[in-house]
Design a binder for this molecule. Sequence first.
Ligand code: COD
Ligand code: ATP
Length: 291
Amino acid sequence: MTLKPINELLVEIAGQAERALLYEVALTPKPGLVDRNNSGAHSDMDFFTFLDSIVSLSPYLYQYVKLGAEHEGTPKELFHKVRSMGIHAEKAMLAATKNINTHKGANFSFAVLLGATGAYISSGQRPLPFSEEDIQGILAYAKAMSHGLVTNDFADLAAKSSLTYGEKLYLSYGITGIRGEAEAGYPALGQLIMPFFRANKDRPMELVLLEALLLLMSQVEDGNIIHRGGIDAWRTIKTETKQLLQDSHEGNLKELMYSYDLVLIERHLSPGGAADLLSLGIFFAKLENLF
Ligand SMILES: CC(C)(COP(=O)(O)OP(=O)(O)OC[C@H]1O[C@@H](n2cnc3c(N)ncnc32)[C@H](O)[C@@H]1O)[C@@H](O)C(=O)NCCC(=O)NCCS
Ligand SMILES: Nc1ncnc2c1ncn2[C@@H]1O[C@H](COP(=O)(O)OP(=O)(O)OP(=O)(O)O)[C@@H](O)[C@H]1O
């Protein structure tokens, strides 16, 4: 087997991250979220805002995987490198979207996971497609990178004058959100979505992605839902999406999801955390050549 030059591999991996973000926003119907049909429970952004946002992030996706591939220090040192790069990316995103938060969470997680992917391939120059073990190796590296993140980020919140939604949720409920997910090595990917994708890899991709979104909504501690609707609204969504998964089959899935979109729009709720995890899952599924 001949291995591709490393830079070609990095370009291909960054391209799969971009593709995953495009697939996520194009997937329709997504309850409460921006899709091709409507802007869900969002009045400040639409499908095109997401396209602008993805274009602005694209060069950084490559930078994250390159930083990982060239890294020679500890996983934690790589975390600091990609986060610093991520702050520049977030500024580019906000400039492209006129200050609307389209991909804050996705940008953070892609920074960590692309960095981890780069570090993983450089440790043994793995060819694509990756195996299940490769993905586990990348998630384990991401876990090592994020060690102590929750404690460090939330250490001095009392002294801060303004708090982000993630910080407020931690102070109010002890909810660790995206930081907790990263520090645990993204169990929503390794233990939930990737096994689901592998088990369903021969079914129509679009339906599998819609079901995957419902699966994530039924289980993830979604900071976006909780900051807008509170804990009860989040619990209700978890129960309802479990029921939707039980009631749905290939013939009625889209119809049920169109109806549920109207419900979440009416309640002004949007599962942004689940959407981000879906795009990360699509990224790994592409690297594993599942669809
Ligand atoms: C950590 C990030 C995401 C900022 O967190 P913040 O508290 O502002 O945001 P918040 O927690 O509200 O969530 C951000 C996004 O994460 C996504 N999300 C929410 N819950 C989840 C979840 N359970 N799983 C995955 N993604 C989630 C959503 O899309 C959400 O919009 C990142 O933007 C960042 O690092 N910003 C720089 C700030 C910084 O460096 N602070 C440290 C100072 S030491
Ligand atoms: N397809 C999508 N449609 C809508 N939101 C998405 C989609 N994919 C991901 N998201 C996530 O939803 C988040 C935006 O949600 P929200 O508008 O609640 O956040 P906010 O701007 O931080 O808060 P608010 O506008 O309520 O003050 C984005 O950070 C983004 O990560």
